[in-house]
Write a protein that binds this ligand. Structure first.
Ligand SMILES: O=C(COP(=O)(O)O)NO
Ligand SMILES: [Ca+2]
Ligand code: NA
Ligand SMILES: [Zn+2]
Length: 311
């Protein structure tokens, strides 16, 4: 069924596992993700960036948001696993309100690039609107180092746990994304991968609410190999190792945002299929391999995060 993200994350918070939040821009990624969730009997959070809504709605926020609600709700209402739809990195009021109006389960208001007091003010406004119609809200504290879709924050500013406690009390936000050293994209670490577990532990103790890890893709070695075999250049790519991801779940992460791993899996399969099938031009065929690899990457992640069997 189509459910509220809060319902999925409250259960995960209580039972100390995490749920994958998987970014989509089209039908094919959704199909692959849902197949993995059905196979693993796992709850799923489907999420779209503002860019995905702009892309699907060819520039009209409400048309794009409705497209994703109709597609995700349409599938979810025929399935036994709980599925929610979340707006990732909401920054533009127009997109956030469109997502709420269209029927998204939850929205992220990302004002993490603003000073603390302003982040509180903006987040309170969104919480008031969203909660008035039963939509849950995610916010972010601290800055990720990578390029966040359309905003690049030069340095990564890690979360201040005392600020996090104050932020949650003042905003009543439902879930929080504390910056602990990850960044978006395929090039997360120059040297050894390292996250600030102490800050994460303190934020959990001080807030007790479901926590979100952004920039959580692992950059799967097998996928990189296949993609590069068929012409991709992913040199220097590095993600969050599985062991570190598992540790963050033990320390209280309950929503794990995953976009890059899905994109790399799809393009690896697409490159492989096209290389091996020069005569093919039916999109229902030439996207098969990409969907297969996305499904595999998602299925493995559901096991890793401990949400398999929790539907
Ligand atoms: O944080 C993410 C995704 O991060 P990745 O680039 O590591 O998949 N979306 O909000
Ligand atoms: Ca941010
Ligand atoms: Na998000
Ligand atoms: Zn993110």
């Amino acid at each position: 069924p189509y459910v509220n993200t809060k319902e999925i994350l409250e259960k995960a918070n209580k039972e100390y596992y995490a749920v994958a939040a998987l970014n989509i821009n089209n039908l094919e990624f959704l199909q692959a993700i849902l197949e993995a969730g059905i196979e693993k009997k796992s709850p799923l959070i489907i999420e779209t960036s503002e860019g995905a809504i702009k892309y699907a709605g060819t520039g009209d926020p409400l048309r794009g948001a409705k497209f994703f609600v109709d597609m995700v709700k349409g599938f979810a209402d025929t399935l036994d696993i709980p599925v929610s739809l979340h707006l990732d990195h909401g920054k533009d009021f127009k997109y956030i309100v469109s997502a709420i109006k269209a029927g998204y389960s939850s929205v992220m208001i990302d004002a993490s690039d603003k000073p603390f007091e302003e982040n509180v003010k903006i987040t309170k406004e969104i919480v008031k609107i969203a909660h008035s119609v039963g939509v849950s809200v995610e916010a972010e504290l601290g800055k990720l180092a990578g390029i966040e879709d359309n905003v690049s924050s030069a340095e990564s500013v890690l979360v201040n746990p005392d600020e996090a406690k104050k932020f949650v009390e003042e905003t009543q936000v439902d879930f929080l994304a504390p910056a602990i050293g990850t960044s978006h994209g395929a090039f997360k670490f120059k040297g050894e991968a390292k996250l600030d577990y102490d800050r994460l532990k303190q934020v959990k103790e001080l807030t007790g609410i479901p926590l979100v890890l952004h920039g959580a893709s692992s950059v799967v070695e097998e996928i990189v190999e296949i993609a590069e075999k068929y012409g991709a250049d992913f040199g220097g790519s590095k993600g969050v190792p599985s062991e570190i991801l598992k540790e963050t779940v033990q320390l209280g992460i309950n929503k794990v945002n995953t976009d890059t791993d899905l994109r790399m899996a799809f393009v690896a399969g697409l490159r492989e299929y096209l290389h091996n099938n020069p005569k093919e031009f039916d999109p229902r065929n030439y996207m098969k391999k990409g969907k297969e690899y996305v499904k595999k990457v998602v299925a493995d992640r559901l096991e890793l995060l401990g949400s398999a069997g929790k539907a």
